[in-house]
Design a protein around this ligand. Structure first.
Ligand code: BDP
Length: 689
């Protein structure tokens, strides 16, 4: 025991840095100097928060005076702010809080504080928590829910409140202003009096940080909870029920944000159960919420096994309804047409709905991107989507501009991210998964922001000390290589799991972690199994979505449709998304498709090994606690990358009958061995992929 303690102490002194458990996120306390904060005469919880943040984090001139001033400035949008020599100006109290955090971030990351206006790209910037009333978290990899508990759910403890406040503070520091606190696969219980009481307590804890609470609701709540005979959206009793329920919610929580709805999707009830449309369903709720200023975020993640191509369905369902939604409805669209895969082209719904507000939904929790094991920085993936040009309103109509109100007149704009937060001490399971929470907030505030800047800020705030930031070697030996690592990490994950447009080939046995191109228990819906997506056969691999195939390609505006439709012009990244090609297809590189595929897998493995070396070299700059945890996770990731490579290449080789190229590291696994390891029974509840 003594020996162990001794070596732990020794480890702790290697970097000379205080051990950190990650709980402080990017808000680690900094040595501050005194500052005088002058604010509006009227006091409020939000203003008190802004004042307190400045006082505890100030690193500018000692004894300086900072003025927080409410104005009516037309150049400031939503909760934006203006920074100048006097301090912060904003049109709202939230804006003052964001300005205070913005000022502190500039100080802490060594950016100059110049006169500037910072406006959010989106009016509503939300996290979606897939948290269940029993405290479990769907696709959560960081422990149980911070909001709900299986036992004594309704006793709100001091610890609960403190945790909710820390959570809200983290959100506010990156400009997030809303939280949907329960799973989109919603329980009707959420609207019962007992759950509303806890929701009210949560709202109370988040309010001083400007974070509003929203709920995901089950469409059949009138029948399931209210005891009505139907939940038909056009039924007068149903309409009355929702109006009364919404009134009850606002009596408890006057600043309640609104509802998110997953309807007619993956077994969830919806208006189509009653022969009605998504618009009928969404408008019913929007009408009830409208008097209170509430929003409906209606998800477009809909598909049924009857269609031959899942990728086409959301577009086919929603485009005919364009213009039929009330103006407090926003259609919430996942970045890709299928489901948060490591790489997908953007969803063709972006830009195609011209008279209906559309919001992007990203997945922060890494369901398909290594969960809390793999280090994958997602900002480059989201940036890729946001910057994709839809061409729907001429060149330059990017996903970002089609959703933030710059292209289409829309009353409201929003962006949502599926949260990766849980009860784990470091909140997100992997210390580096915190970067994805941070990045999501920063991109929701500024959808043009570059991933490099986000990585740079996050690394400085999460690992840097004032002394390190001032020292030249920290930049060269920590910041620069770690920024490179973060920026390369998503492409590495694509390479070792689903390169060249492959998608959905993970195994569901281990909850979507790890390879499973063979996966598909008897009787399973085809569109929940990988062979449906990769279509590997003797004649080649890939899903034919061209005009000769499912024709999903035609949902894209020209010139994209023509570009994607032709394998000679389709970008390599999307090749097997749109095409089924022979194994000896000649790639742009001059290599065959088979060789190119093998090299991508191999490259992914090598990239992760490089990440391990980079991290090992970063040891002098990181506290021992976080260093060791991340080092171990990288080891696991590295082994798993090899598993992905071996499993996929050996599986596909059964069809290609081609040798693995000599440059590629020979497999260390056998296909039989990997498949045998993937044998345990499904952990997912029935009815879920
Ligand atoms: C899929 C998840 C599933 C979610 C679904 C959704 O596997 O757990 O319920 O998305 O977004 O990615 O509704």
């Amino acid at each position: 025991m003594k020996k162990i303690l001794f070596s732990i102490c020794l480890l702790g002194t290697v970097s000379g840095l205080r051990a950190e458990d990650g709980h402080q996120l990017w808000l680690r306390p900094h040595a501050s100097v005194p500052v005088k904060v002058v604010g509006p005469a009227k006091s409020s919880a939000l203003l008190a928060t802004a004042r307190q943040e400045l006082q505890q984090g100030w690193q500018g001139t000692a004894g300086a005076t900072v003025t927080l001033k409410l104005t009516k400035d037309k150049a400031i949008k939503y909760d934006g702010f203006r920074l100048n020599a006097q301090g912060v100006q904003a049109n709202t109290e939230r804006g003052l809080l964001y300005g205070a955090f913005g000022l502190l971030r500039r100080q802490q990351t060594g950016q100059a504080v110049a006169e500037e206006i910072s406006n959010p790209s989106y009016e509503y910037r939300l996290l979606n928590h897939w948290d269940n009333p029993d405290g479990s978290v769907e696709r959560g990899y960081a422990g149980q829910s911070i909001f709900w508990r299986k036992d004594s759910s309704f006793v709100v403890t001091g610890h609960d409140r403190a945790l909710w406040q820390q959570y809200a503070r983290a959100n506010a520091s990156v400009g997030l202003n809303g939280a949907v606190i329960n799973n989109v696969n919603s329980s009707p219980l959420m609207l019962s009096a007992a759950y509303l009481a806890r929701t009210k307590a949560i709202a109370g804890a988040l309010r001083p940080y400007g974070v509003r609470v929203y709920l995901a609701v089950k469409f059949s709540s009138p029948a399931l909870l209210g005891g009505l005979k139907t939940s038909d959206p056009l039924d007068p009793a149903v309409i009355k029920w929702w109006h009364a329920k919404v009134k009850e919610v606002y009596q408890q929580i006057p600043d309640f944000g609104g509802f998110v709805v997953k309807a007619s999707s993956e077994g969830q009830p919806g208006p189509q159960d009653y022969g009605r449309t998504h618009a009928d369903g969404a408008n019913l709720l929007a009408d009830a919420l409208r008097p209170y200023g509430g929003l409906v975020m209606w998800r477009a993640f809909v598909y049924s096994p009857s269609d031959k191509d899942r990728a086409k369905q959301a577009y086919n369902e929603f485009v005919p309804l364009d213009g039929k939604f009330l103006d407090n409805v926003i259609i919430q669209v996942k970045n890709g047409p299928i489901d948060f895969q490591p790489r997908e082209p953007f969803s063709p719904l972006f830009g195609a709905l011209k008279k209906t507000a559309v919001m992007p939904e990203f997945q922060i929790t890494q369901e398909y991107l290594g969960q809390a094991i793999d280090l994958v920085f997602l900002a480059p993936m989201w940036q890729e989507c946001l910057r994709s040009d839809t061409h729907q309103a001429g060149p330059g109509s990017t996903v970002a501009r089609c959703t933030d109100g710059s292209v289409y007149a829309q009353k409201h704009s929003a962006m949502a991210g599926v949260s990766n937060v849980g009860l784990d001490t470091n909140w997100t399971g992997h210390d580096f998964a915190q970067a994805n929470w941070y990045a999501f907030g920063r991109l929701a505030w500024n959808n043009q922001l570059d991933s490099r800047q986000i990585a740079d800020e996050w690394l400085k705030l999460t690992f840097g000390t004032a002394a390190q930031l001032a020292a030249a070697d920290w930049d060269a030996h920590f910041l620069a290589p770690m920024t490179q690592l973060l920026l390369a990490s998503r492409e590495a994950a694509v390479n070792y799991s689903m390169p060249l447009g492959l998608h959905h080939i993970m195994s569901a046995t281990h909850g979507h972690y790890g390879p499973g191109p063979w996966w598909g228990p008897p009787g399973m819906r085809a569109d929940w199994t990988p062979p449906y997506y990769h279509q590997a056969a003797a004649n080649g691999v890939g899903f034919d979505r061209t005009t000769a195939g499912s024709n999903a390609v035609s949902q894209y505006h020209e010139p994209l449709a023509a570009e994607f439709n032709n394998p000679a012009t389709c970008p390599d990244e999307y090749l097997l998304w749109f095409h089924h090609l022979p194994w000896d297809f000649k790639m742009k590189s001059g290599r065959t498709l088979w060789d190119e595929l093998a090299l991508h897998y191999d490259h992914g493995v090598r990239q992760v090994r490089q990440f391990q070396q980079t991290w090992d070299a970063a040891r002098p700059y990181v506290d021992a606690e976080r260093f060791a945890v991340v080092q171990n996770k990288l080891r696991t990731q590295s082994g798993n990358a090899v598993l992905w490579k071996d499993a996929c290449l050996l599986y596909f080789q059964q069809f290609s009958h081609l040798p693995i190229p000599a440059e590629v590291e020979p497999p260390m696994h056998t296909l039989e061995g990997v498949i045998a390891n993937d044998a345990p029974p499904l952990r997912r509840p029935a009815g879920q992929p």
